[in-house]
Design a protein around this ligand. Structure first.
Ligand code: AMP
Length: 467
């Protein structure tokens, strides 16, 4: 029998919120974690993007929060600013019945003054990245004497990004009597050691990727000589038609290599690795989401937490070291019942790592050994997949903080003001301080011109074509 939200000990007001949000039943991780967290116990949980883990820890925090006490009662640590924003968004949605609740983001890469001022006014929940949080704690800008719960979200990724020391220092400075919740996609020794050191008899929750989620994914093994893996990638890109493809590598150097080769040949491709600063990372992701970049090449660290829907092809140019990561990677395609394809390039037919990983999915692999010599020289093959994406992205120097809404941008670009037709306009993403808008490539220069000549909400903003 399926668990219902009613059986999880949630308050009637939170049950109402969950219902309003259209959640009909709890996800696996919610069903397992919510009762334990409401009882005040620690949890070490396996998480996956899209598993509903944010609500799994946010609902118990909301149920326990004392609104009359404007002191920080819960702290959520996330590896990136982007994830903090995502968690904060979900938190605020779930808090609609908690009027007066203050949730703020304490993240690096942004001016610290507004964050400090917000803290001075009193907040209930802080969501942030370890560097800035540790800095604020040390400088006593952030006081935590009333803190009851700390959550480490995507803990493995935080350690991968070098936040281990900050996380340790933060945990040490929190009240001893508290609840510690740790979510991680993988459990290397470093994570187990944090759990041993800072958790109190945690309940362990592992959630298997539901097998039916993988039903829609065609899993292919492409066998090629190690010297020919790039050719094999190009072969796969040609063989499996896609609007958006994600290519995984294990190393930053491989990411750079692929992007150099394919980019020079005119393929619509971008890289996502840990070296990219937040601004460019945001920009690349926005362009990938709106269809102005077709192929994204990423390492696991950079690609995790990446929130992209409608991915129809995932390629493992290099196999991950752990089977769980394979599941994680391929589970990014074939979402919501759409068909997807996951291609893994290997040097040997009997690749044990791939076989073990594929067994975990409960589905079989199609093994293909393409004759890459017959496919012709690499430049010729590349020419056949080259070509820009149909859309281009314009960056506008204003966002939500300037009271811009998507409709304002539509207004500025269509009708008398901009002359664009609605069907020449793609996805519009309005962020805090800037916005991305996709327009058809042919119209892009004219659209930039008209945006720069005109006004949005009676104000001048700068528009630039970013690719
Ligand atoms: P997360 O894994 O926390 O990033 O959540 C992934 C998405 O699933 C978010 O858009 C949530 O709003 C949504 N979600 C969370 N819990 C449920 C649920 N029980 N039913 C349906 N959608 C959910």
């Amino acid at each position: 029998m399926k668990t219902s939200f009613e059986s999880l000990n949630l308050s009637p007001e939170l049950l109402g919120v969950v219902d309003q949000m259209g959640y009909t039943e709890p996800s696996q991780i919610q069903a397992a974690a919510i009762p334990i967290l409401l009882a005040g116990d620690d949890v070490i949980g396996q998480s996956k993007t899209g598993s509903g883990k944010t609500a799994a820890f946010a609902l118990p925090i909301l149920q326990e929060v004392d609104l009359d006490n404007r002191e920080v009662q819960a702290l959520v640590l996330c590896p990136t600013r982007e994830l903090s924003a995502q968690v904060a968004r979900e938190f605020r949605k779930l808090a609609r019945a908690h009027s007066g609740l203050s949730v703020i983001e304490v993240v690096g890469g942004q001016p610290s003054r507004p964050q400090r001022e917000a803290l001075e006014r009193g907040v209930h929940v802080v969501i942030g990245t370890p560097g800035r949080v540790q800095d604020f704690l040390q400088r006593r800008v952030l006081e935590v004497h009333d803190l009851r719960t700390v959550v480490l979200d995507e803990a493995d990724r935080m350690l991968d990004m070098g936040f281990g020391e900050d996380v340790g220092r933060i945990l040490k400075s929190l009240p001893h009597k508290r609840q510690t919740v740790l979510f991680s996609a993988t459990f290397p020794d470093s994570i187990e050691s944090i759990s041993r050191k800072y958790q109190n008899q945690p309940y362990r929750i592992t959630v298997e990727t539901p097998k039916q989620e993988l039903d829609h994914i065609l899993q292919v093994q492409l066998v090629a000589h190690p010297d020919k893996h790039l050719q094999a990638l190009v072969w796969a890109l040609k063989k499996y038609p896609h609007e958006s493809a994600l290519v995984f590598c294990n190393f930053k150097s491989s990411v750079a290599d692929v992007v150099d080769h394919l980019g020079h040949a005119g393929v619509s491709i971008e890289r996502l690795d840990g070296d990219l600063d937040q601004f460019h990372r945001d920009q690349v992701l926005a362009r990938f989401r709106n269809g102005s970049v077709r192929i994204l090449v990423a390492t696991d660290v950079a690609g995790r937490g990446l929130d992209v829907k409608d991915l129809d092809l995932v390629v493992n140019l290099e196999l991950p070291s752990q089977p769980e990561i394979y599941l994680h990677r391929i589970g990014r395609t074939g979402r919501a019942g759409e068909r997807g394809c996951a291609v893994s390039i290997t040097s040997h037919r009997d690749d044990k790592r791939l076989r073990t990983a594929a067994q975990l999915t409960g589905h079989s692999l199609d093994i293909i050994e393409p004759n890459l010599d017959q496919a012709g020289p690499l430049p010729v093959q590349l020419a056949s997949i080259a070509g820009s994406a149909p859309m281009a992205t314009i960056l506008i120097s204003g966002g939500r903080k300037d009271r811009i809404r998507p409709g304002d941008i539509v207004g500025a670009l269509t009708g008398q003001a901009g002359n664009l037709r609605g069907d020449q306009l793609g996805k519009i993403e309005v962020q805090d301080r800037l916005s991305y808008v996709a327009v058809t490539r042919e119209q892009a220069p004219a659209a930039v011109k008209s945006l720069n000549a005109g006004r949005i909400k009676k104000k001048k903003f700068r528009a630039t074509l970013v690719g």
